[in-house]
Design a binder for this molecule. Structure first.
Ligand SMILES: Nc1nc2c(c(=O)[nH]1)N[C@@H](CN(C=O)c1ccc(C(=O)N[C@@H](CCC(=O)O)C(=O)O)cc1)CN2
Ligand SMILES: NCC(=O)N[C@@H]1O[C@H](COP(=O)([O-])[O-])[C@@H](O)[C@H]1O
Length: 217
């Protein structure tokens, strides 16, 4: 059966589009079916990309949880994450890909996925341990201007509760260019992302298949 992939997004969805295009190429460069997209932002353009591709999507709204429990935002976030895991597992994916998903996932989201043996990977626009967290490209750009670094990169990694600390699957270094604008650096990095997110998905699915065959022996 063709592996089923669920993608988490928050914005433009250009990496989601790369996954859709790879899975629908003739012949496919990614042997998988993108079965569902979940966004934490109603305005995410990636939701339109999913609709245009005929892929079902869900807008999972954190604000509703915070309004229901204004006294305890931490509890609200836990409930949000627990329901996110239920939304994901209801689609029975083989792999979940964070493609610009801009929420830190707590154990309330990750533990049910682990228990269900569903792998989750993330695309992060920095080298391991370099600029963990949000706004990594801008932070790398500023560090380069200060003469602190000469290169940045992108990685595809497994997701654990420690943000951007999961085992890397792919790491690609990207040289920085003196005088280059932030926008030009971002464009160069996105071009690399669109290639490596497909390669990372393929590698994660391949590893999963191998592990399942080994456990069946
Ligand atoms: N538990 C994990 N959750 C997530 C990981 C991870 O490795 N472990 N990767 C991230 C993606 N990401 C970087 O790659 C990242 C995204 C967002 C943030 C962040 O600080 N988000 C803020 C809210 C930002 C917003 O809503 O605009 C937050 O969650 O409070 C850090 C890292 C996906 N999640
Ligand atoms: N920390 C996670 C993070 O910063 N992810 C970044 O969000 C962008 C999503 O673009 P897209 O919505 O066009 O795919 C990508 O640049 C990705 O590396």
């Amino acid at each position: 059966m063709t592996p089923q992939v669920l993608v988490l997004i928050s914005g433009n969805g250009s990496n989601l589009q790369a996954l859709i295009d790879a899975s629908r190429a003739n012949p496919p460069t990614l042997d998988a079916s993108i079965i569902h997209v979940i966004s934490n932002k109603r305005s995410a353009y990636g939701l339109k990309r999913a609709a245009d591709a005929g892929i079902p999507s869900t807008y999972h709204n954190l604000l509703a949880y915070k309004k229901k429990n204004p006294e305890n935002p931490q509890e609200a976030r836990q409930a949000y994450d627990a329901d996110l895991a239920k939304l994901i597992l209801a689609q029975t994916p083989d792999l979940v890909i964070c493609a610009g998903w801009m929420h830190i996932l707590s154990s309330a989201a990750l533990d049910p996925l682990e228990e269900a043996n569903v792998d989750i990977i993330n695309l992060h626009p920095a080298l391991p341990g370099q600029f963990d967290g949000a706004n990594a490209i801008e932070r790398a750009y500023e560090a380069f201007q200060r003469g602190e670094i000469t290169k940045t990169g992108i990685m595809i990694h497994y997701v654990i509760t420690a943000v951007d600390k999961g085992t890397p699957i792919i790491v690609r270094e990207i040289e920085m260019i003196k005088g280059e604008s932030l926008e030009d650096l971002e464009n160069r990095m996105h071009a690399v992302e669109h290639i490596e997110i497909v390669n990372g998905a393929r590698m994660a699915l391949g590893k999963r298949e191998k592990n399942m065959q080994t456990s069946e022996q």
